[in-house]
Design a protein around this ligand. Structure first.
Ligand SMILES: NC(=O)C1=CN([C@@H]2O[C@H](COP(=O)(O)OP(=O)(O)OC[C@H]3O[C@@H](n4cnc5c(N)ncnc54)[C@H](O)[C@@H]3O)[C@@H](O)[C@H]2O)C=CC1
Ligand SMILES: O=C(O)[C@@H]1CCC=N1
Length: 273
């Protein structure tokens, strides 16, 4: 498979890590980014072909991954539009918020588009990606998109594009919530007298172990939580404190705020001047 990435930043790097040597050889991957340092890093690490601007080379790809910031998508689509004339590669957008209809319009009515929302654990092959296809994407192209994202983790297909904003809020942004919770656990460990290294080991192993236990269990997470919580014991003290502080409500509100922001970005950035 020949794949081009427009934008060689964090997320493109995470995807490349899983793809190179599996779905595509280094030289069959082309990365466009104005940042010479980013290109140099990717070329050295993966032996990909690189360029600072979109050229005809991009149109020779089977799949073109749009991995720039949402705010750069319109400008990138305008530059890509001329190169797409006559061809039919799959355009795979990973940008938060940007809607398929807007992207299609910016690309001159182009139809072969799949939108997806990966997350950074893709870097270690443990990502999860929500995906939705626009009507002009063929079954073969959907399957190619699925293969690319499965090379870096799991995929979840959606039948409504609106659901990508909730997916962005839950799993796209989700690693940041986990890191935030880990930060809090590590801070508490330190304040209670453990060393930074001890706190890091205890917090990380607890998070990984509990997540794997939940994934392998048939029981709801609520039941698993209750099993840790002896009446009047230490966990009870902690959960009671969290309930009194409204922690669950705050997390639900935060994730809803992320979803609303995705929708708002779609409204703002999709508007034609
Ligand atoms: N970081 C994350 O956890 C996730 C990010 N995303 C989406 O991925 C996209 C990229 O995000 P990041 O990789 O975090 O951003 P980033 O800032 O690390 O990467 C963006 C790259 O695009 C390059 N760029 C800027 N203008 C360009 C142009 N005209 N042509 C080509 N390249 C250009 C920049 O030099 C930079 O290397 C965003 O749309 C974001 O919504 C999706 C899922 C998760
Ligand atoms: O924060 C953001 O907008 C992007 C999308 C999901 C993760 N990072």
């Amino acid at each position: 498979m020949k794949i081009s990435f427009i934008g060689g930043g964090n997320m493109a790097t995470a995807l490349l890590a899983g793809l190179v040597g599996k779905l595509a050889a280094g030289p069959d991957i082309h990365v466009v980014d104005p940042n010479q340092d980013a290109l140099q890093r990717l070329d050295t690490k993966y032996g990909v072909s690189v360029a600072r601007e979109i050229t005809a080379r991009v149109a020779e790809s089977d799949v073109i991954v749009l991995s720039v910031k949402p705010q750069q998508m319109r400008e990138v689509a305008a530059a890509l539009r001329a190169q797409l004339a006559g061809g039919n590669p799959l355009v795979l957008s990973i940008a938060a918020g940007i809607r398929g209809a807007d992207l299609s319009r910016w690309l001159g009515g182009y139809g072969a588009i799949v939108r997806c929302m990966p997350n950074t654990p893709a870097l270690i092959g443990q990502g999860v990606t929500g995906m939705v296809a626009m009507p002009g994407a063929s079954e073969e192209q959907k399957s190619a998109a699925d293969g690319i994202l499965r090379a870096v983790g799991k995929t979840v297909w959606l039948d409504k594009e609106e659901l990508l904003d909730p997916v962005t809020a839950v799993s796209g942004s989700g690693p940041a919530y986990v890191f935030f919770f880990l930060e809090a656990m590590q801070q508490a460990a330190l304040e209670l007298g453990l060393s930074a290294e001890q706190g890091r080991q205890l917090a990380l192993a607890t998070f990984t172990g509990a997540a794997q236990l939940a994934a392998q269990s048939d029981e709801p997470v609520e039941v698993l939580r209750q099993r840790v919580t002896s009446k009047g014991g230490t966990t009870y003290a902690a959960i009671t404190s969290m309930e009194q502080s409204g922690v669950k409500e705050a997390i639900v509100a935060a994730i809803k705020a992320a979803s609303a922001r995705g929708r708002e970005m779609g409204d703002e950035l999709g508007k034609d001047a």
